[in-house]
Design a protein around this ligand. Sequence first.
Ligand code: DGY
Length: 327
Amino acid sequence: MKVFVNKMIPEIGMNLLKQAGLEVILPENENLTQEEWLQYCRSVDVILSIGNDFKYDKKFFDTCQNIKAIALYSVGFDHVDINEAVKRNIPVGNTPDVLSRATSDVAFLLMQAVARKASYNFQKVKNGNWGSFDPLHALGQELYGKTLGIFGLGRIGFEMAKKSKHAFDMNIIYHNRNRNEEAEKELGAIYVSFEELITSSDVLSIHASFTPEHKELFNEEVFKKMKSNAIFVNTARGGFQNQKDLYQALTDGTIWGAGLDVTNPEPMSSDDPMLELSNVCVLPHIGSATMEARNGMARLAAENLIAFSRGEKMPYCANPEVYSHHS
Ligand code: DGY
């Protein structure tokens, strides 16, 4: 079975694929145009897909009818039209759990970086403006006992809530599709309406999967309802926020600050005015960028394809419906 791997992944994944007898096709140059990418996809049976530059939509599936399975090198699958994949019986694998700690670490880091104006202060040092001790300049805020609102309390949200509870004794409130009993029991998390989440949170951190109905859910109307001391943290997908509205809310004092590992659009342009703000910290989508998480992702993606190649169910599957047709 031929597998197209569009970028090099950690060795553990490559070795597993090769040991299982899969023929790995790597591009000569990793920065593929859409047409080059399609050409590779047309010549293989399955894909180990890295990044979300290319979309798996109806057009893709019509063009590449040879594709039988896709293993994503990500937990998120918002770049895949899952309904189309199900219609065509194409399993789509993803990489849950292995990146929950790393991604929540970045949310935790951003929350603190914004609370203590770390980016701004780092820039000051870099620009030669360390200055003398000033009792009133660039004061941050403490997080002890504050309320952390989690939008989407799954595995990553749980890890963020756990750290925040233990480090700062934060009160945890959350809004989710379903109640999270474990978080309620272990962390005293309280389920609230979306309205209560946005109006009561001192820190609001997004950890939900991104779906079309979430598009720019965090917009002017929502920011206006948030507390003026609120810190907005997004490590999920940039599409959750209306970037212009967020910029406005950050400049007119509607909210206190923002920590973003994801932007809308991505990548963020280096002349984006958001980068000039002292109350913002932006990172280039590095949530899962640890050796541990990336090794785990490589292993899971390879395991998904190996299982598929043996006629077995993918162990980590974003559309398990494909298997219910058969059983
Ligand atoms: C994920 O796994 O979804 C991360 O955002 C990397 O794309």
